[in-house]
Write a protein that binds this ligand. Structure first.
Ligand code: DSN
Length: 413
């Protein structure tokens, strides 16, 4: 019996139930993944017991010999993996990491320019619902309504018109690669900081399946748990000239002590992302997304931009006669888990929008390939026509579980 099972059976039962759920379902949430057992182990260590305000060699608490060594390993791995001059591994997650960038480079009321939330941007890119939209004058660029692609002429025009302090590149629902040279040129012309939020595609960058923003950007943030397959956490990478401003913004600007056990998990994940097998993982994640996108388009699904060249797809379901939420709820009943999402030109409310977002990071970690992508597309098509048919959906969940049972789950099996 484990200590958890013995001391707190209620929580133990929930952990086991979640393991079973993650084993029996097809997880298509574009921002989720499975970490390795080694990452999970590192997160559950005695590093949980420490407080370490400050940075290696300059802490405000004694007793840091091992924490200093640990954080230094994480920093050096992050720098090496992404070719960065400086790395800060302390942000608690993506939103605090992005807030640290604002704190380092802008003052309340300053203008920032980022991708509109309903066009694939992130809340922290200046959405009115977020502190970043309340405390800064956020201007947004949209996708081209004809192509569903970023329109660099439009971004340049807005940057020259509004002269932002920070130009934000990056997204949480844009299915294409970004042209960082173009973003850099716009930032230079407008005289602003170029900030890339690569949270969604950092693992693809690490695995060589997406261009690396680090050489172009002043500062790059990423979460560590999406395509990168680490624990819930974040990194900030920047040019050496910005190192002091970024470090000061994270601590003491926004946070207290770093979560050292998470740092251990991040270090392990960064080590795993340096292995040749991770290149294979990144390539397969994109190949699976392309296959799934092609199969969905062939079944009449309307994909924003017509397809994908990263790990995710955004689908406008208006032509299918179902809302994003109806589809997501029905798919969940069938054992296929994704999220409903707003789409460019959204006419519905965010709590019941027109679209869904899906991605292949988790299923690829599990070993799914082209055959499974074809199956998923066929199942999604069937579900779109039967969102109210619970008998069909629960029947399908059994088929989904049977498929899942053939693929071991990283970190669990
Ligand atoms: N919640 C994350 C996502 O799903 O993309 C971003 O913060």
């Amino acid at each position: 019996m484990s200590a958890l099972e013995k001391n707190d059976p209620e929580i133990y039962k929930l952990v086991k139930a979640e393991e079973a759920y993650q084993r029996a379902t097809i997880r298509l949430i574009a921002s989720e993944n499975y970490t390795s057992k080694a990452v999970l182990e590192a997160c559950g260590t005695v590093f949980q017991n420490k407080y370490s305000e400050g940075y290696p060699g300059a802490r405000f608490y004694q007793g840091q010999v091992n924490c200093d060594a640990l954080e230094t390993v994480a920093i050096e791995r992050a720098k090496k993996l992404f070719g960065a001059e400086h790395a800060n591994v302390q942000p608690y997650s993506g939103s605090p990491a992005n807030l640290a960038v604002y704190l380092a480079f802008a003052k309340p009321g300053d203008t920032v320019l980022g991708l509109n939330l309903s066009h694939g941007g992130h809340l922290t890119h200046g959405s009115k619902a977020s502190a970043t939209g309340k405390w800064f004058n956020a201007v947004h660029y949209n996708l081209n309504p004809e192509t569903g692609l970023l329109d660099y002429d439009e971004i340049r025009k807005l940057a020259l018109e509004h002269r932002p302090k920070i130009l934000i590149a990056g997204h949480s629902a844009y299915p294409r690669q970004l042209d960082f040279a173009k973003f850099r040129a716009i930032a230079d012309e407008a005289g602003c900081i170029l900030f890339v939020d690569m949270a969604h595609f950092a693992g693809l960058v690490a695995g060589g399946a997406h261009p690396n923003p680090v050489p172009y950007a002043d500062v790059v943030t990423t979460t560590t748990h999406k395509t990168l397959r680490g624990p819930r956490g974040a990194l900030i990478l920047c040019k050496e000239i910005h190192a002091k401003a970024i470090d000061k913004a994270v601590f003491p600007g926004l946070q207290g002590g770093p979560h050292n056990a998470t740092t251990a998990g991040i270090a392990v994940a960064l080590g795993e992302a340096m292995l040749p097998s991770f290149k294979d993982y990144a390539a397969k994640t994109c190949a699976n997304a392309k296959t799934l996108a092609g199969e969905l388009v062939a079944r009449g699904f309307n994909l924003v931009s017509g397809g994908t060249d990263n790990h995710l797809m955004l689908i406008d379901l208006s032509n299918k006669g179902v809302t994003g939420k109806e589809m997501a709820v029905a798919l969940e009943k069938a054992g296929i888990v994704l999220n409903y999402n707003t789409v460019p030109g959204e006419t519905r409310k965010a709590s019941d929008p027109s679209g869904i977002r899906l991605g292949t990071p988790s299923v690829t970690s599990r070993g799914f390939g082209a055959d499974e992508m074809k199956k998923i597309a066929a199942w999604m098509d069937a579900v779109a026509g039967k969102v109210g048919d619970d008998a069909f959906l629960t029947g399908l969940a059994k088929e989904v579980e049977a498929l899942c049972s053939k693929f071991p789950v990283p970190g669990i099996d």
